[in-house]
Design a protein around this ligand. Structure first.
Ligand SMILES: Nc1ncnc2c1ncn2[C@@H]1O[C@H](COP(=O)(O)OP(=O)(O)OP(=O)(O)O)[C@@H](O)[C@H]1O
Length: 315
């Protein structure tokens, strides 16, 4: 397999005080889906801006398809598509007009432009709405039009910055299906950023957890979950003070992380361990509201590496 992206020791600062990303290294193989997962401000968008050459890194080495980005920017741009967080769709234009304009920006013209626009409308099931103003499109349709615009020039590498934020579950599933098809049928390499654990788990071949500008863990979703081993016991206390109390009591025996009033305890045999844990808490006079045993989810792994929960929705 060839390498689509190779980043080594990349750093980007804004002004004197903000280190947006630091010592960031990652490798993305061609034809794979790679997810950058992290909370607001962890450096995901900055990473994408640098890789799409919209921002310059202060330090480090970046290669796309074995070519140095800093010396082959214009050439490499042709291979890159980007769908930003903010929609690039002109609400006053129809779907077709938006695609025509985007195609022209990329130097397409005449028959080639027309053919490609029709191909994209068909590909994204937008033909019957092609002459409607895009301001009247649903959220899911707008996102598909954004995606079609990002692909008009047939890039080899597509960046998606939070592709499904704000979409309802059905539109989200639909977009996941489309992204998967693009990878499987057209061999597209996709790098996406997301807040959604489920999205990273479902879609990506590899996941990088970002926190405060650094990658704190990386691997396939399965590899990351296996790092925790065993089960996760989720214990809800009645309030934060009780949860702090409970964490102290359990820390002597278990690996415990806390997010407000919720405790996560890692255990090889969760079901067997649960009564013992409840006994410890009872002896400690901690009020427990509920307790459950489950297989670790990506969120549990994130919590282990960063000590904080990744909110599923933007704050
Ligand atoms: N143009 C800018 N000027 C100054 N600081 C910036 C700029 N862009 C980003 N930052 C800062 O860099 C850090 C990383 O931001 P970035 O947007 O890359 O994070 P993110 O993980 O994409 O967040 P979000 O999920 O909210 O989009 C933050 O502290 C942010 O405030």
């Amino acid at each position: 397999m060839k390498t689509a992206i190779e980043m080594k020791g990349v750093r980007k600062t804004y002004g004197k005080d903000v280190v947006a990303i630091d010592d960031l290294s990652l490798t993305v193989e061609e034809g794979t889906i790679y997810a950058l997962l992290g909370p607001n401000g962890s450096g995901k968008t900055t990473t994408i801006r640098i890789l799409t050459s919209l921002a310059n890194a202060d330090k480090g080495n970046i290669e796309l398809f074995d070519e140095k980005l800093s010396t082959h920017k214009n050439f490499l741009r042709k291979w890159i598509g980007c769908v930003a967080q903010q929609s690039g769709v002109d609400p006053m234009g129809t779907g077709r007009e938006n695609l025509m304009l985007q195609g022209k920006i990329h130097g397409l013209k005449g028959k080639a432009l027309k053919n490609r626009v029709e191909e994209m409308l068909t590909r994204f099931h937008l033909q019957k709405d092609a002459n409607r103003l895009s301001m009247n499109y649903s959220g899911g349709m707008k996102r598909k039009l954004d995606l079609a615009m990002g692909l008009i020039h047939q890039p080899k590498l597509l960046f998606l910055d939070e592709p499904t934020t704000g979409l309802d579950p059905e539109a989200r599933e639909d977009l996941w299906k489309t992204i998967r098809q693009l990878q499987q049928e057209e061999g597209l390499t996709v790098v996406l950023t997301t807040h959604y654990m489920e999205e990273a788990d479902e879609l990506s071949d590899r996941v990088a957890f970002m926190n405060e500008g650094r990658i704190v863990a990386e691997g396939t979703a399965e590899e990351l979950k296996n790092k925790l081993g065993g089960d996760t016991l989720t214990i809800q206390c009645t309030d934060n003070a009780q949860a702090v109390h409970a964490t102290e009591a359990l820390k002597k025996f278990y690996q415990v992380t806390r997010d407000e009033r919720t405790l996560n305890v890692q255990s090889k045999q969760g079901a067997e361990e649960l009564p013992k844990i409840l006994k410890v808490l009872e002896n400690d006079q901690t009020d427990v509201r509920s307790a459950a045993v489950s297989r670790p989810a990506l969120g549990d792994v994130y919590l282990m590496y960063t000590g904080k929960a990744l909110r599923e929705e933007k704050k």
